[in-house]
Each structure stands twice: as C-alpha cells, then as structure tokens.
Design a protein around this ligand. Structure first.
Ligand code: NAI
Length: 437
C-alpha cells in the first residue's frame, strides 16, 4: 500500500482547514465565556488575547494529530512517498520531488488530491493584507479590522472568530443571505447574533476592488461604499486541485470546473482508478470525502456498497452560534412541491441552554405531511445554537432511517440536556409537545 503526499499527511482538514479553524474558534469561545463570567458571579479582571499563544496551542493540537496519523499509517504498513503524484496510463503514478522522479504502479489508484481556496480577480493573496483560509490559520497577530468576502461556511466561521477575539468585522456576501444553503430560520438566528455582536453584514452586494494603503487597504463594494481594513479574507469557495494530476490518455475525465468525473461508486472513466473528496463535485466536507473513501475501498474489495446519499449528509458550521443540519430545508421542500409539516423549538425553553446562558437558537424539524394531516417521515433537521454540531446525531439518524415523529418520540431523552430539544420538537410533531406545538 503506497501513499503519495507532497506536503504533510492529513491534508487541508488537519493542516489548513477544519482542525486549526475549530481550534481557533475554541479560543474565541473561551474569550466569550470569560467575557460573560460576571453573569455567573465569577470575576475575571483583564481580558486580552495573546494570539501568539493561541497560534502555538493550535499548532500543538495539529502536530499531535499529525504524529498520530503518521503512526497509524506506519502501523498499517503504508509506505508514504514524498512528492507530487501524477496519474499516467495503466494505473502508473509518477512521483516527482525536487528534480527527481520515480514511477510506482498499483492494482487500484485513488485520486484524493483535495482542493485549494478560490480567489477573485484584483485580490492577489499576499499573506499580509489579502488572505485566504490558508493564511488566516497561520497568522501571528490579530488584525484590528477584517473584511470577509463571502458569507458561506468559511466566511461565517472566520467572521465569528475574529469578532469574538476583538477585531472589527465586515462581511460582504453576493447572495441575498448569509449561509445560503441553510434553512432560512437558522440563517436569521446567525444574522441576528452577528448584528448584536457588531459584525457589519452586507448581503446582495458585489465587491468592486481594493486600494492598498500603507498598512491595510480600502475595500470598495456596492454602488459607492467602502471600508478601511487591516486585512481582507477571501472565502468564496474552493476549487479542485486537479491541475497536473493526470498526464496522457488515462481515461480519467475532468470537467470544465476542474472536478474529476465519477459515477456514484466513485469510479472514474479509467478501470481501477477512483476519485474521492474535494476533487469530485460533491459537498466539500471532510466527512463526505471519508465516506467516499470507504465506498471506494469496499468497491475494490468487491464488497456490496451503497452510494453516498448526498442529500442526507450532515452539515456542521462552527461559528457562534453553531449551525448543524441534515436533509431538506423548509423552503426547498416547498419549492419541490412537497407537502410538509414544520415544527420549531427555540432553545429559550430548554433548561440546559438557560443554565449555560446560551438561549439564542432553535431546533427545527421538517416532516412530510400524511394524508390525515399528521407528520410522517422526518425529511430535514435544522439546528442553530449552543453545541448543535454535537447534537445533530439523532437528527441524522432519524432522517437517514426515514423515521417518523411517532417512532422517535417513543425514546427517552436525558434531562437536562441541550439535545432533548430535538426530542421535544419531534414530540410536538406528534401533537403532544411539552413546551411547544
Ligand atoms: P461556500 O461556497 O460555502 O461560500 C462561499 C460564499 O461566497 C457563497 O455564499 C458565495 O455566494 C460567496 N461569494 C462568491 N463570490 C463572491 C464575491 N465575489 N463577493 C461576495 N461573495 C461571494 O465556500 P467557503 O465558505 O469558501 O467554503 C469552501 C468549502 O468548504 C465549502 O464547500 C464549505 O461547505 C466547506 N467548508 C465546510 C465547513 C464546515 O462544514 N464547517 C467549514 C469550512 C468550509
């Protein structure tokens, strides 16, 4: 078993994405908790962030996980080749590293080269004023003011993090709302929280360009608006890293947007060559890439496999407030002509949320409407609020098992927990809610 890696094993998720971003968001969470300590009668006098220490801690967490991963690979007898891999015809792979190159061949080859941040014309990434997620995660100081271009998952996480750490933040989003893929009720809670914390959000706006000054830059947007900031974070999506990935007549097809064409079993057009993760046009989520990898390996082993149902994968956004969802949104259900019943349970009525003093948020369940008007299969679960990324599990299983509220409401929810809000919402859909419905 051979693995070809040009940088460090662990890729974007471990080194430049999920893990370091969530580590910094945890720093932001500590900051928020300490800033509200007095609510609990705890006095914490001076509040400040030593970003260099935060950066060192983040790197320690990443390095520990990296060492663990290297150990796992070694323990399983995987040989790691350092260099850039290029697929050639006949399932051969050229590994090039600083002037030298060698070829290896395999019975099966998996392409899993990931993605890179997209940029926009006029915004050359210099790592000082114009940054992508790659640069933000290795900053050694906290910019006093930041403009975030793109209000998707990365944009909202960084806006939330910088704001909690004390930066003045402006978000510029081209679409009419932040987090366009999320349920509208969820987006409203995030937008309200951002507003309350002083984050300036401009949606439905286009960025015209920027004029660098002696330290920061003047960002121009809309008709004639501008904002002076120390740093601009460009978070407008990610593109597949397929450049130079294949050479010659391999049979692997790459579409116009750069994604590798695969069938639902992750097979490319070349016999024995598979592609998974951000290289293929499926949700760019680490856990989706992981599920696709398992699918490919099972396929190689000739085991029966069920393709990933992309309409029912879990989504988690680690901004404050957190967002987590699975399945269809209420608006999408109605657009598709589905007859649905919807139930919301705000965290305001949840004991644990009151104890935490974190009552902003809700759980929302979308279920199909049965001919008698009652709720049938649960089609979507949408959460926003405290620790919802850790609470989605029940909703994920309910949607994927096509459970009905009557079935789920049988189960006992531990009390007091945040997660009982899901049970409460589902119970209300049976017509017997305790607080709502
Ligand atoms: P995204 O596709 O989620 O959001 C990009 C946003 O930028 C969109 O709302 C788009 O309308 C906006 N945009 C594009 N061009 C623009 C322009 N010129 N001016 C203003 N707005 C513009 O992409 P993002 O946030 O960069 O994330 C990349 C990928 O990584 C996504 O697939 C995302 O799902 C994934 N990701 C997932 C996370 C999670 O699950 N927690 C965290 C971070 C990223």
């Amino acid at each position: 078993m051979a693995l070809v890696e040009r940088d460090k094993v662990g890729g974007t998720c471990l080194h430049r994405g999920c893990v370091p971003a969530k580590e910094f968001l945890e720093t932001a969470s500590v900051m928020r908790t300490v800033s509200r300590a007095e609510v609990f009668g705890v006095s914490a006098s001076s509040l400040s962030v030593d970003f260099a220490t935060s950066q060192t801690r983040k790197q320690k967490v990443v390095d520990q996980l990296h060492r663990g991963l290297e150990g796992l690979l070694k323990g399983r007898g995987v040989t790691t080749f350092s260099g850039t891999g290029t697929l050639l015809a006949g399932r051969r792979v050229r590994v090039s590293a600083s002037g030298s190159s060698q070829e290896i061949a395999g019975r099966h080859v998996v392409l899993a080269a990931g993605s890179l941040p997209r940029t926009i014309p006029g915004f050359d990434v210099d790592g000082r004023v114009v940054l992508t997620s790659d640069e933000v995660l290795s900053l050694d100081h906290l910019p006093a003011s930041v403009a975030v271009i793109g209000g998707g998952a990365i944009g909202c996480e960084f806006a939330s993090m910088f704001s909690d750490l004390g930066s003045k933040v402006t978000v510029l989003e081209a679409l009419p709302t932040l987090l366009a893929a999320c349920d509208a009720d969820v987006v409203s809670v995030v937008a309200r929280s951002f507003r309350k914390r002083g984050i300036a959000v401009h949606t439905g706006t286009s960025v015209r360009g920027h004029q660098p000054g002696s330290s920061g830059t003047r960002l121009e947007f809309g008709e004639d608006e501008s904002v002076d900031v120390d740093a601009v974070v460009v978070s407008v999506g990610r593109r597949p890293a397929t450049e130079g990935l294949v050479d010659g007549e391999t049979g692997v097809k790459i579409d116009q947007a750069g994604f590798v064409d695969v069938d639902p079993w992750m097979r490319t057009g070349a016999e024995g060559v598979w592609a998974v993760g951000d290289l293929v046009a499926t949700p760019q989520l680490a856990h989706v890439g992981f599920a696709e990898g398992i699918l490919a390996v099972k396929g190689m082993l000739g085991e029966p496999v069920v393709p990933v149902d992309y309409s029912r994968v879990p989504w988690c956004i680690y901004s404050h407030p957190e967002v987590a969802f699975v399945g269809i949104t209420e608006d999408a259900a109605r657009e598709q002509g589905l007859d649905v019943v919807v139930q919301r349970d705000p965290f305001g009525g949840n004991s644990r949320a009151r104890i935490l003093d974190e009552t902003d948020g809700l759980v929302k369940v979308v279920a199909e409407r049965l001919p008698d008007g009652r709720a049938g299969r649960i089609l979507g679960v949408h959460m926003v609020g405290p620790w919802v990324t850790e609470q989605l599990g029940q909703g994920y299983l309910a949607v994927n098992w096509e459970a009905t509220p009557d079935e789920v409401a049988q189960f006992v929810q531990p009390h007091p927990t945040l997660s009982e809000a899901f049970g409460e919402t589902v119970m209300a859909l049976t017509g017997r809610g305790l607080h709502v419905g």
